[in-house]
Ligand binder design. Structure first.
Ligand SMILES: [Zn+2]
Length: 245
């Protein structure tokens, strides 16, 4: 893994995390958001899809699943200590496109919430299969570009806004680590608020006697330790930092 060249941005006054699905944000940057929230940052979530593919049960009631996942995402944000908005764009899971209509929405929310730091998927991560993660990454980058310049989408009638930094998670070439030592428990607690995903993304079966849950906790802590090692800290989350916006 690439050695980190920078650590710890100044705590932003406002941060906006953009994820393809409910739970992506907690998986990829939950501890960083928890750290910032604890230091007084207003943390906002924007989720691009409705999460309607997030079930292994072919007979699942998808309207119920979508509603449950929104509730879970709001609970998870609160578990991180986030006090900001939790926005759902509601595009069908698995079919997210990085089109102008979606970019319009992302730029609108960036202008409305005025984050100092935007956090999202790296659209240039090689060999990643999930199309929504690629699309959400392009929407993050393209949304920042549209939001910062006044002649993009002037009909929005909101002042343009230029964040000071963009952090891309699942990064192809990570070069930045946030030291999140002490925030593993908060990240895990927030992840476990995504109750409908315990089976499919955390591999915890309903009849688990605690063994699978413990294995999941170890997996999360191991990832944090691995990323932390890049920066010589106990626990970290890795990103590609783009700060010339
Ligand atoms: Zn996802």
């Amino acid at each position: 893994m690439t050695a980190a060249v920078s650590t710890n941005l100044p705590v932003p006054a406002r941060a906006l995390a953009i994820g393809a699905h409910p739970d992506d944000i907690e998986f990829q940057c939950g501890a960083t958001l928890a750290k910032w929230a604890a230091a007084g940052c207003e943390v906002h979530h924007l989720v691009c899809t409705d999460g309607s593919k997030g079930s292994w049960d072919p007979d699942d009631d998808l309207a119920r699943l979508v509603a449950a996942r929104q509730d879970e995402q709001r609970d998870a944000a609160r578990a991180l200590g986030a006090t900001g908005e939790v926005v759902f764009l509601g595009w069908p899971d698995g079919e997210l496109e990085a089109g102008v209509q979606q970019r319009w929405q992302v730029a609108h929310w960036i202008r409305r919430l005025r984050p100092d730091v935007v956090v999202g998927h790296d659209p240039w991560k090689r060999y990643r299969l999930h199309p929504d993660h690629r699309a959400a990454g392009f929407l993050t980058v393209d949304g920042v570009v549209a939001a910062r310049d006044p002649h993009f989408f002037p009909e929005q009638a909101i002042a343009h806004h230029r964040p000071s930094a963009l952090l891309l998670f699942e990064a192809d070439e990570p070069d930045h680590v946030e030291d999140v030592t002490g925030y593993a428990d908060t990240k895990i607690a927030a992840l476990e608020r995504h109750v409908s995903q315990l089976r499919s993304t955390m591999f915890i079966e309903p009849d688990d006697d605690g063994t699978q849950q413990a294995r999941f906790h170890t997996w999360v802590r191991d990832r944090l330790a691995e990323a932390g090692a890049d920066a010589g800290v106990a626990e970290g989350e890795r990103f590609k930092l783009i700060d010339r916006l």
